[in-house]
Write a protein that binds this ligand. Sequence first.
Ligand code: G3P
Length: 214
Amino acid sequence: MDIFIDTANLDEIRQANDMGVLDGVTTNPSLVAKEKVDFHKRLGEICEIVSGPVSAEVVSVDHDGMIREANALTKIADNIVIKLPCIVEGLKACKTLSDRGVRVNMTLCFQSLQAMLVAKAGAFLVSPFLGRIDDIAGDGVQLISEIRTIYDNYGYDTRILAASIRHSKHLVDVAKAGADVATVPFSVIKQMMSHPLTDVGLEKFLADWKKGQG
Ligand code: G3P
């Protein structure tokens, strides 16, 4: 499973990238607003650090506006992926951009039928938001499984990007459910390589080694 970081913070992106296992970056308008920086400039900085797909979201809600924004965003770097919302205008824009060879990430996906339509429109990625589904007492992992089944039944190439990840168990669950990618907040990326028994075990190995040398 590919691991993307879900942030617009350069320090977090650098630290995750230095771990050597980062495959891409996703941003959204809320994450960019938190940074209080120029959007296009920040995207350029991110693309200098990470060579994998970097998702940049439009804020227009009509087809023509989305395409205008996408035209400007794709000029920033070759690895920019255009993020569009799962609404009818987004679906139309997805088809227009995908037909031109622009990679699109369809975001705010909350049901498998949205995922089916965006796959038909040629989306490169679809982003089901499992944490937000769990927040309203739904089953986010079940949505990933359903989309996996539908995509496999019909041979759709769109990659399933599990988004709105809240904790490391979500990652285990979406990996088992067959997500192609998970986009993960930095706090959860850090949890992935950490276990208290690893720390205790390492401490004991080193203490025993010292004794043996002594
Ligand atoms: O970037 C999309 C998604 O991962 C947002 O997650 O935590 O705001 O529900 P969250």
